[in-house]
Design a protein around this ligand. Sequence first.
Ligand code: ADP
Length: 624
Amino acid sequence: MKSEKHGFEAEVSRLLHMMVHSVYSEREIFLRELISNASDACDKLRYEGLTNEKLLDGTSDFAIDIRLDKDTKTLTISDNGIGMNKKDLISHLGTIARSGTSAFVDNMSGDEKSDTNLIGQFGVGFYSVFMVADKVEVISRKAGSKKAWAWISDGIGEYTISDAKKDCSGTQVTLHIKDDATEFLEVMRLKNIIKTYSDHITLPITLISKNDDDKAEEKEVSEKVNDGTALWARSKSDITDDQYKEFYHHVAHSFDEPATTIHYRAEGKIEYTVLLFIPSQQPADLFEPSRKPKVKLYVKRVFITEDCEDLLPGYLRFMRGVIDSEDLPLNISREMLQNNPVMTSISGAVTKRILTDLEKKAKKDVKGYNDFWNNFGAVLKEGIYEDFARRDQILKISRFHSTADEELTSLEGYVSRMGEGQDTIYYITGDSLLAAKRSPQLEGFKAKNIEVLYLTDPVDEFWMQMVPEFDGKKFGSVTRGAADLDDKKDDEKKANTPEIEALIAVIKTNLGEAVKDVRISNRLTDSAVCLVADDNDMDMHMERILKMHNKLDGGASTRVMEINAENSLIKTLAAAATKKNSVAALKDASQILLDQARIMEGDLPDDPVAFASRLSLMMTNSFS
Ligand code: ADP
């Protein structure tokens, strides 16, 4: 076959343009990316080979070779892993397949300097080779196939695919090193890079170079460079922070700093080693609907799978790292992993350990814990309704914004600040902190110095329904039911004003079925009106979320309208309510009050056009 030309996907072209012109100072990371890919490819074949021995075709010693040739100015990284067929080459090396790289592209601004910084933050995988090479040839043969393919590109606009020859399965990537990157043809420099970034890779990484000694016959020298013992199997005291960090980058395919490292060995009836990290930034796939945990399972230092749903609960899916079991059989298949008692026991114990470590961190390092919470709190809270057994523990380490403080608070903190006689933990839900803070329903609580928690993650609505109380105190929404803000005598006095009574009657008549009731509010101090849910109705924000996801059976509930008897508009309307000639104006006013309350909730008026025309009429009247 002659070679076929393919254009890169537009986004890849943008990315490559940046790589080709990159001024990124740590170009050496390209080697880490290639070694990481080679190691993953070997892990994959080893695992597939457990159930399909034919794929292995006799291969048992997986290895990565790095060959440098100063004469041809090439550097070649080879592995005997799973390999790629033509389709794989096109989809993996011609598009943006992985989420990390697409997050990178999404964040690209076009400004060279800030985009360069992103390389370090996100990593760009295979495409980083174009920082150091002006031509790249990939020859690959997929395990199970006899056919090999060559993918060749100079990183500008297009690549070619053609037939190739290769003796065994695996991939060989040859870089034609740029003139300004010849440092990557020096043995010492390469050894250094491999030690720094890839020492923990468990496969042997061998550096092969020609002997430079000019008197000697031209001979090849090869040397195994990496330590090769699994990092998690080493003792903690032998591991530096940098080594942990590099390992995290490798297992997580992320390039931030790990915020927390959890490394221990469990001994006893079931033995396993855990090396887990909490990232310091949200991974791009955090809110994917699959909610799959991303921790890799190893058995006796051999990679088994990273696709194991039972390893950790979905609400800990932000964790990255490995769990290495001594008790599972090496040839364990995907089916055998499901409902496996050893797995269940490891998962339970590791979950407990993670939550306990978080609890300790929350006490010892408030700032660090709050950073963690801002990144992953919304995910962890899923555990409150999913994991009944650990509900209390998760509630204890949950944090909230509140009217009392700009900092996050715990529920314990809230309870300790509750005033005498207060028996309810008040909260308000909303789409964002800003929207919740602006809610008129908070006015009376603020005026009376009663703290209210802001719950602004969609998940809050769900757990709140299942958790009746904390520490013996029930939860109460400030947008539902009558607000129990004391001063009952005052309220009665207000309620007795005949004008206000008349206004309430007029509004009820005018709005009819559109509201459930109209009453005087003791939760408003500034605004004229607000809507609240009746005691037994669904919380208003919850209803909006369900509506958004088309999960609402039947129509939306009607709401109770509360009016603020102290508000000057309400007073004016009340005075008019007893006069005969204001009937028409009050009809419009009632509707505008309702629409206004809806708008404050972030909803639209039922009929926005009618709302606008009523408002126009009122404005016209007030100026004429
Ligand atoms: P990542 O490795 O993070 O997914 P890359 O851009 O480095 O992103 O690689 C894209 C994909 O190409 C990989 O996910 C893998 O499927 C494939 N790939 C890259 N290198 C190899 C290799 N040496 N062997 C087999 N597949 C590879």
